[in-house]
Design a protein around this ligand. Structure first.
Ligand code: NAP
Length: 495
């Protein structure tokens, strides 16, 4: 490899891939190609176009730190505006120019110090450094409901919205009440002739303001100082810490405060006592990802809305048959049933050093040292890979911290300190043992619910410590874990 100008391939041109492309250029790398399987940038925000699509992270925090956006229309960013933001940012930083669209990587093999890539189109390429920015929640999970294929109406997954289907005046059934299902119900209430929400497990629903920014406010936000003041980073970071504290200590004060805010929301918003009980969560708050909604409780109380708590028996040509025997006649069924959260780069085949296969390494569960690197997969770096922090905060911020860490690892290759960077098996094992032990103390494990945070063995897959620990880990690599002396120690020994 050319140490100063290694060839770098980034897989994925969503939020994390765009970030990698921008940072690599800033850091002086010139031999960079992004590969994107779709025909434009945006990742999850390109794929998801369902009605009501919103991010529940406050707008001004849902941007790259170096590219704030004064133009958000609301306190919570609407999906289409987020997509526009990423497209604009990608164009501004020349990412489009670096990206080959319509190329899906199917295989990566590490041979003789290089990653050899194959694409579905037959195209091949190779690189010294491979950055996987392939996203987390992008493989739709279709529920296994008998008879689905017999349905005569329109059936779609929330992440594959069919915009040719008209919704006004239709009878619509939405299955699933995670953030997605709740947002869809809020958007469609009052528009459909009948809107049924199939709810298996009641959710904790946190009220949130989602006001519109006035034109004057948006004009004022063009001044970075005004925007910074409006953002109040300290308050936001305090909220992130409170959230992570609630995850790691179910009895903590923030956990109790969040539960109270959600229950007050339920008591104050839902007037019918029977409906209120049907909506009352029966597991610990934050066990599932908290749902933020300004208006779900109003939407489900709309005269044309109906909450369905009876289990789904099967789908029939005319609609959904529930366990109580009732046939719910429907024109449209929406699966808001989430994603396979354990796929990451897969279904790609990835083989590392000495033929080590990623599928074998992840046979028990997806894992990575500090969520970024893996032994035997040298010079492969993941953004938003397994075991990183996920929750009700910005994944952009997470990716930026991870980039700071990756950038330092790349720096050692560039400095010719080594030709391969991968953590030792000991470091991986130590991290994973500690992580699994800590994961068993989180509300995701102890809270008595099922969620996509859990792997096949019921172990939470996310970062099980607080946010401060994550940022500290990302601030500087533990060089010993990579078999390298600290850069300073090296400098002084050379001197
Ligand atoms: P999700 O949180 O995984 O929720 C899936 C829902 O489908 C659950 O309510 C689940 O019920 C239900 N379900 C699954 N299979 C079912 C079946 N066979 N019968 C009945 N119900 C079934 O999925 P999501 O709402 O799409 O959200 C996924 C993630 O996307 C979120 O956690 C979040 O990270 C992200 N997201 C974020 C935002 C945002 O604002 N930032 C918005 C949307 C999505 P049970 O609970 O009973 O299993």
């Amino acid at each position: 490899m050319s140490a100063t100008q290694p060839r770098i391939i980034v897989l994925g041109a969503g939020m994390a891939g765009i970030l990698a492309g921008i940072r690599l250029q800033e850091e002086g790398y010139t031999d960079i190609t992004l590969y994107e399987k779709a025909d434009r940038v945006g990742g999850t925000w390109r794929d998801n176009t369902y009605p009501g699509l919103t991010c529940d992270v406050p707008s001004h925090f849902y941007t790259y730190s170096f590219e704030r956006n004064p133009d958000w229309s609301r306190h919570l960013p609407p999906g289409p505006e987020i997509q526009t933001y990423f497209e604009r940012t990608a164009a501004k930083y020349g990412i489009d120019r670096l990206t080959r669209f319509g190329e899906e990587a199917t295989r990566a093999d590490y041979r003789e110090g290089r990653w050899q890539l194959q694409f579905r189109s037959g195209h091949r390429d190779s690189a010294d450094i491979l950055i996987a920015a392939t996203g987390v929640l992008h493989h739709p999970r279709y529920p296994d409901i008998a008879g689905a294929e017999s349905f005569r109406g329109d059936l779609m997954h929330s992440a594959r919205w069919d915009h040719s289907v008209t919704l006004e005046g239709k009878r619509i059934g939405v299955i699933g009440n995670g953030s997605t299902g709740v947002q869809i119900i809020s958007a469609l209430a009052g528009k459909a002739a009948l809107l049924e929400h199939y709810q298996r497990t009641p959710q904790w629903i946190m009220p949130v303001e989602n006001g519109v920014f006035s034109e004057a406010e948006r004009a004022a936000f063009r001044d970075p100082e005004v925007l910074a003041q409006a953002m109040n980073v300290e308050e936001y970071m305090a909220a992130v810490e409170a959230y992570t504290q609630s995850i790691t200590d179910m009895e903590s004060e923030p956990a109790r405060a969040m539960a109270k805010a959600c229950l007050d929301n339920l008591e104050q918003s839902v007037t019918d006592p029977a409906l209120r009980e049907q909506l009352r969560p029966d597991h610990a708050p934050l066990c599932k990802r908290l749902v933020f909604s300004p208006d779900y409780y109003q939407a489900i109380q709309h005269p044309q809305s109906r909450l369905v708590r009876d289990g789904i028996e099967r789908i029939e040509p005319e609609g959904i048959r529930t366990a109580d025997g009732e046939l719910h006649e429907l024109d449209v069924i929406v699966y808001a049933t989430g994603f396979h959260a354990d796929h990451f780069m897969r279904p790609m085949t990835i083989n590392g050093r000495n033929g080590a296969s990623l599928d074998a390494f992840w046979a028990d569960r997806p894992k990575a040292y500090l969520a970024v690197t893996m032994p035997d997969f040298p010079n492969l770096f993941m953004l938003n890979g397994p075991n990183g922090p996920v929750g009700n905060f910005s994944l952009i911020d997470i990716a930026e911290h991870q980039w700071g860490y990756i950038s330092q690892l790349l720096g050692r290759l560039r400095a010719n300190d080594c030709t391969e960077i991968a953590p030792s098996f000991e470091a991986m094992e130590r991290f994973e043992t500690e992580r699994v032990a800590a994961a068993k103390n989180t509300v995701w494990y102890l809270g008595g619910c099922v969620s996509w945070y859990l792997d096949a063995e019921g172990i939470p897959s996310s970062w099980p410590w607080n946010f401060a620990r994550f940022t500290a880990c990302m601030a500087e690599p533990d060089w010993a874990a990579f078999g390298l002396p600290a850069p300073q120690a090296e400098a002084s020994s050379a001197a």
